[in-house]
Design a protein around this ligand. Structure first.
Ligand SMILES: Cc1cc2nc3c(=O)[nH]c(=O)nc-3n(C[C@H](O)[C@H](O)[C@H](O)COP(=O)(O)OP(=O)(O)OC[C@H]3O[C@@H](n4cnc5c(N)ncnc54)[C@H](O)[C@@H]3O)c2cc1C
Length: 348
């Protein structure tokens, strides 16, 4: 029997596996897709998350990010990171770097999609593996979470509290025009521009409706950005994700525990999913190594709560017409407050 079976080899599953291995636990990852794995993401890794990756021994190649820029039709506000750079990094590069580190630590990867498990008093069985704990890191629409929440003891899953939002992404071959993550705001949507290489930028759109494949049509709602990208060749296919908000009642079901997007997700508005997931991975591995899985719920709330509350506050503001139209002007005219908020997110 091994100590931990991690279901899902995305960034957070692999970070959990690496943390467990570094803590002396025997760990296996189950992931049906081959490395490198792509996903719809804004690909902006905040400075604190860059430090968390380095602590795992992972230093992926990417484009340094020096801060955040908010843009609307008539205003622009810049906030520089005050403690280290962030990193614009392709998902494929990030996932491959984490997979390489996990492999170097001797973590095996089973090419398996896990759709169920059996939980016993002393262990969990899934994909023909017996483990003391099963960690579900299988993303936004987690199969393991669905099984857990469908269980009679779990009761009904919480009802979503807000209108669903969706994400779309595509890359363009063009030299980045800034080393800031540029966030374009319209009344109903946001576009994130993240430099990921000397000749590539990623564009992530956050929308109130599922995207479909017509990325150009969605992009046309952002005229200034469309003009920037006019004529630039596409450098990737279109990928979508959503609905983003996933309310999850709890993270610990005996020997089965949830981490990363599988453990609950609000929105990509503040671009910190990877950083929060890395913090959750660290907390979870610590609880498992100490043989105290039940402590993880409290630890999860401690590391995820501040980001959740800030994202919820920003989402709420975006839904109040009077406030929403004043967000970028306020950021421009009160730069210290904008910088403090940006650095609160970036350094958390
Ligand atoms: C549009 C958008 C933009 C974003 N922008 C940013 C950003 O700029 N910065 C940031 O930090 N975060 C951003 N995020 C959030 C970030 O992408 C996620 O928080 C992060 O990917 C979570 O990683 P994860 O490992 O939990 O899940 P995932 O990356 O989704 O990985 C889950 C893995 O589980 C595997 N899997 C699924 N089902 C099974 C199964 N049954 N059995 C085994 N394996 C399975 C999948 O193949 C996948 O590899 C964004 C999200 C969206 C939607």
């Amino acid at each position: 029997m091994i100590d931990v079976l991690v279901v899902g080899g995305g960034p957070v599953g692999l970070a959990t596996a690496i943390r467990c291995a570094l803590a002396g636990l025997s760990v296996t990852v189950a992931e049906p897709r081959g490395t490198p794995i792509d996903k719809a993401c804004g690909e902006g890794v905040m400075p604190a998350a860059v430090r968390r990756l380095a602590a795992l021994g992972v230093k992926p190649d990417g484009h340094p990010l020096r801060g955040i820029r908010y843009v609307d039709e008539r205003h622009q506000a810049d906030a520089r990171f005050t403690r280290g750079d962030g990193l614009g990094v392709r998902r494929t590069v990030l996932q491959a770097a984490l997979a390489e580190r996990a492999a170097a630590l001797g973590v095996p990867v089973l090419p398996a999609r896990v759709t169920g498990f059996e939980q016993h008093a002393s262990h969990v069985t899934a994909a023909d593996v017996e483990a003391r704990y099963l960690v579900a890191a299988d993303g936004l629409h987690s199969t393991i979470r669905r099984v857990l929440e469908g269980g009679a003891a779990a009761g009904a899953a919480p009802r979503p509290r807000a209108a669903p939002r969706y994400g779309l992404r595509r890359h363009y071959r063009v030299a980045p025009w800034t080393d800031l993550v540029e966030v374009h705001l319209t009344p109903r949507a946001e576009a994130y521009v993240t430099p990921v290489a000397p000749d590539v930028v990623g564009i992530a759109l956050l929308l109130p409706r599922p995207g479909g494949d017509d990325f150009a049509a969605r992009l046309s709602a952002f005229p200034a950005l469309s003009r920037r990208l006019d004529g630039a060749p596409c450098a990737s296919d279109v990928r979508g994700a959503g609905p983003m908000r996933q309310d999850v009642r709890r993270r610990v079901y005996g020997r089965v525990l949830l981490v990363g997007d599988a453990s609950g997700y609000l929105d990509a508005l503040t671009g910190e999913g990877i950083g929060v997931g890395l913090a959750q991975a660290e907390a979870l591995a610590g609880c498992l190594a100490a043989g105290r899985p039940a402590d993880y719920e409290k630890a999860w709330r401690k590391v995820s709560g501040p980001a959740w509350r800030l994202t919820a506050g920003l989402l709420w503001s975006r839904n109040q017409p009077l406030i929403a139209s004043r967000l970028v002007p306020a950021a421009q005219y009160v730069p210290r407050l904008f910088s403090a908020l940006v650095n609160h997110v970036a350094q958390a």
